[in-house]
Design a protein around this ligand. Sequence first.
Ligand code: PAF
Length: 286
Amino acid sequence: MNILITVQEVREKVQEWKRAGLRVGLVPTMGYLHEGHASLIKEACSQNDRVIVSDFVNPIQFGPGEDLDAYPRDIEHDRKTAQDAGADCIFHPDVDEMYGSDFSSFVDMTGITENLCGKRRPGHFRGVCTVVSKLFNIVTPDMAYFGEKDAQQLAVIRQMVQDLNFAVQIIGCPIIREPDGLAKSSRNAYLNMEERQAATVLHAALSGAEDAMRAGERQISVLTGMIRNTIESRPLARVDYIEVVDSKSMQPVSEMNADVLIAIAVYVGKIRLIDNFTWKIQAGRI
Ligand code: PAF
């Protein structure tokens, strides 16, 4: 499978596909592909004639003191994973290709980026929106695929596409989990054995809240209290946030009378992990 390095190479490849009337899907990633990414690629392949996976650790979405330098990278593993999942090529630019020395334009967003991860990681979504806009302009995909694990990111991208009139359809794909419930993430690679075991607390805490909701509990303080107690029962785990927000606007809700996202971020040792579930008022839970 081809690994394309330059914007020019991608443009030429996509133009060739489009001239042939083919439908193009894009799966944006930061590499170190796992089964979660593979599920996005497979979904993209089922809905498009050609699929391109971008594999780029985007420096401008990392804050000072975050894990940019340590972020795991393995392009050969990514090539195999993307190929096995059915992708046609990988776009793997270097930082200079994406951000020349005179780079000075950014895509910023208000409102929806101000809570949850946006609040804890200032500038993060500015970096995400900027790189995803660039990828949309470079690849001009018909459809683009994002995981629901990063629920705020998915909501932000949908809002950006609507606001800036990108001609791309955004598809959200379900969270893929390990057998013990831990959501798949490239950052799981950082966990030592003890932390890996403790990391199951994220899913356990959310599942407990979900069971309580099924049993009729609707008081937000009770639900967040339950989640906090479960997380704090693990000495290695520390709550970063537990939020109940409107699933579209990402604004905190005081009552469960619309579709809500229950989202958590938890430090396990030094590693920050996120997880969530959506509760649909009308149709029961998805
Ligand atoms: O979700 C990710 O891996 C990244 O935030 C994305 C969307 C590829 C942008 O760098």
